[in-house]
Write a protein that binds this ligand. Structure first.
Ligand code: 13P
Length: 263
C-alpha cells in the first residue's frame, strides 16, 4: 500500500497577515515544484483568506489550526466548519496545546472531527502523551484512549490524518527517537485497525510531530511507518520548511504527477 507522504506546517499563534504573506511568497514557487509529497500550510485563521488566494493554482494545500463543532450560533470568538470549508481542505484537531491550555477533552475533539468530516474538511487528529505519562509507562494506554475516544462513532474514512505528537517533544528541541516514534505510530495503526479495519488503517497517513527540523527529518522519514511530519517552529522559516519537504520527497522517492490546480 503506497501512502503519499505528508508534511504540514503548523504556524500556531505566529505571523501577522503581512508576515504570513511574506513567508508564503518566500517559499511558494519552490514548494510548489516539489512533487510526491502532500504539502499543507496551517497559518492563523485571520490569514486564511489571503493565503488561500496566494495558493490558488498551486499544489500546496491549506489547513486551519482549530474549529468549533457547531455550524453557527452564539459562540463568541469561535470559527465554524462552514466558515472554513471554502477556504481550506484540512483542519488540525486535538492539538495538545488545545487539550492542555484550553481544556479540550476527547469528547470535544470527537465532536469536532465529526463536524469537520460532515463539512468536507479533512481532520489532522493529534494525539500524544505527556512526560509524566511516558515516564510512568502509560504511553500506549493514553494513545489508545485518545484514538478510540477521538474516533468514537465516526464512520470509517480515509479522509483523516493522524499526528503522533508526544507533548514532551513539542517545542523542546528534544524530538523522540525515530524508532520510538515508529513504534508508537505502529501502535496507532493497530488501534485504528481494530476500531475500523485493517485496510483503512493501512491507508491512513500517520505523522510524527515534535521538534522536527531540517537537521533531524532524515532520521524519521526512512521509517516505513512514518508517513511525514507535523512541523511547528521550523515551518516558520522558509528555507527550513523547504528543506524538510524536499528531504522527505527525496527519501520516500514516490514519483507522482503534480496535483496542479487541484486546490
Ligand atoms: P515544534 O515543531 O515547534 O516542536 O511543534 C510541533 C507541533 O506542535 C506541531 O503541531
Amino acid at each position: 500500500m503506497m501512502r503519499i507522504p505528508f508534511i504540514a506546517g503548523n504556524w500556531k499563534m505566529n505571523t501577522t497577515v503581512h508576515e504570513a504573506e511574506e513567508l508564503v511568497h518566500d517559499m511558494l514557487e519552490r514548494l510548489d515544484r516539489i512533487e510526491g509529497v502532500e504539502k499543507v500550510l496551517c497559518p492563523p485563521f485571520i490569514s486564511l483568506p489571503t493565503i488561500s488566494e496566494l495558493l490558488k493554482g498551486s499544489s500546496i494545500k491549506l489547513g486551519a489550526q482549530n474549529m468549533h463543532f457547531e455550524i453557527k450560533g452564539a459562540y463568541t470568538g469561535e470559527i465554524s466548519p462552514l466558515m472554513l470549508r471554502k477556504l481550506c481542505q484540512f483542519v488540525i484537531l486535538g492539538h495538545s496545546e488545545r487539550r492542555w491550555y484550553f481544556g479540550e477533552s476527547d469528547k470535544i475533539v470527537n465532536k469536532k472531527i465529526k463536524a469537520a468530516i460532515e463539512n468536507g474538511l479533512k481532520p489532522i487528529l493529534c494525539v500524544g502523551e505527556r512526560l509524566e505519562e511516558k515516564e510512568a509507562g502509560r504511553t500506549e494506554e493514553v494513545i489508545d484512549k485518545q484514538v478510540n475516544r477521538g474516533l468514537n462513532n465516526i464512520k470509517p474514512t480515509r479522509n483523516i490524518v493522524i499526528a503522533y505528537e508526544p507533548v514532551w517533544a513539542i517545542g523542546t528541541g528534544k524530538a523522540a527517537s525515530a524508532e520510538q516514534a515508529a513504534a508508537t505510530i505502529n501502535f496507532i495503526r493497530n488501534t485504528v485497525s481494530k476500531l475500523w479495519s485493517k485496510d483503512i488503517a493501512q491507508e491512513l497517513r500517520i505523522l510524527y510531530g515534535g521538534s522536527i527540523t531540517s537537521s533531524n527529518i532524515a532520521q524519521f522519514i526512512p521509517q516505513p511507518e512514518i508517513d511525514g511530519a507535523l512541523v511547528g517552529g521550523a515551518s516558520l522559516r522558509a528555507e527550513e520548511f523547504l528543506s524538510i519537504v524536499s528531504q522527505t520527497a527525496a527519501i520516500k522517492g514516490i514519483s507522482l504527477p503534480a496535483e496542479r490546480g487541484k486546490l
